[in-house]
Design a protein around this ligand. Sequence first.
Ligand code: HEC
Ligand code: HEC
Ligand code: HEC
Ligand code: HEC
Ligand code: HEC
Length: 252
Amino acid sequence: MRSTRSARRFVVALPVALVALGAGLIALGLSTRPADAGSEDAGSSQVQVATSVCDAQRLKARQAEDPRLQIEIPKQFDTPWPTLSACQSYQAAQDPSTPGPLQPIPFSHKHHAGKFEIDCQYCHSGTDRSPSAGVPSVELCMGCHAQFPTTYDTEFEGIRVLKQHWDEKTPIEWEQIYRLPEHVQFRHNRHVRAGFDCQTCHGPVEEMDKIVMMEETHWWPWLMPTTSPEMGWCINCHRENDGPSDCYACHY
Ligand code: HEC
Ligand code: HEC
Ligand code: HEC
Ligand code: HEC
Ligand code: HEC
């Protein structure tokens, strides 16, 4: 059973309310504007000119839905790469109004692990053999991205940041999301070898543009909620799956 904390619900509700307010104001503005824009037909017959590859991808998608829409794609933006889905994921990964921290590069798991089905352990290769999962190196990203057309550099600031780290040989300072206090011991390899999927503890990562901590609430017999990754969450699963319950198994 999953549940979101009410605080988070508020954080989500607030931007939604703001967007609704914004939409209301725009609607108001439109309805009070003099009819100088002409008839509706004139509006849709206006040619929309793409200003970037991603803009071109969005216009092409809109035209596929509404064939009356007239679009013009300048030659330098008329390329299949980056795809519409890469553009959308990139945008969603840098949306400050959705839960989860913003990363130095708007890297999308939905795009890499979801659409392109890159294996979790290809990038988090530590999980099966070392205590920590680790984040991939700049070299690993460049293994693919060095071969991409230059349109990626012009479309995505994040790809320029990636290449800058590559040139300067500096690691990317990713924001950490799952982090236990120093006095707790957790090893990935034992859990992965015991057969648990990443998703058991991290949720449907392959559907997330931006990573959000999975908060799973369990109700203990005495009706106290415990949320991952708090102690009760660990102990709860250890009880159900014959994991250790001794304090010193998890605490030094
Ligand atoms: C196995 C190949 C591969 C690796 C490794 C890889 N990428 Fe990608 N990346 C892709 C592909 C494929 C696309 C999208 C192509 C498309 O749809 O246009 C992409 C798209 C992107 C995008 C734009 C969409 C988005 O996710 O925001 C960014 C930014 C990006 N990658 C950054 C990274 C970073 C940073 C790393 C290293 C942590 C990395 N990539 C590792 C293959 C890879
Ligand atoms: C192409 C490389 C790549 C692939 C494939 C990938 N990840 Fe990641 N992962 C990253 C990068 C880069 C970060 C750090 C940036 C971020 O949080 O988005 C990260 C962060 C994470 C985090 C948060 C780490 C923290 O700080 O707590 C989790 C959890 C995670 N990945 C799980 C997964 C799972 C599960 C899969 C498979 C479904 C997966 N990843 C596939 C590159 C990858
Ligand atoms: C039994 C629960 C569990 C499973 C299964 C699990 N994780 Fe984790 N993961 C955690 C916890 C707890 C942390 C925080 C660890 C810490 O702070 O020491 C974490 C941290 C991480 C991090 C942050 C960086 C790091 O090195 O600690 C990444 C990335 C990650 N997990 C990826 C994965 C991937 C990929 C898989 C599947 C191959 C996976 N996890 C399976 C519980 C789990
Ligand atoms: C999804 C179920 C599950 C969750 C959640 C879980 N564990 Fe475990 N854990 C297990 C199982 C099962 C074992 C026994 C594995 C074995 O014997 O190989 C285990 C073993 C361990 C061990 C002993 C093996 C070792 O690595 O030394 C430690 C320590 C441990 N878990 C810590 C934690 C901590 C800390 C958390 C919470 C942050 C946690 N676990 C969350 C299922 C889980
Ligand atoms: C399965 C692993 C596990 C076992 C067994 C375990 N703990 Fe913990 N404990 C944790 C984790 C994880 C945290 C950190 C929780 C957090 O960050 O919210 C923690 C935190 C704590 C804290 C600090 C509380 C706080 O608010 O920061 C104390 C005290 C503690 N444990 C005592 C114990 C005692 C006493 C036992 C034995 C009865 C025990 N623990 C058994 C995983 C475990």
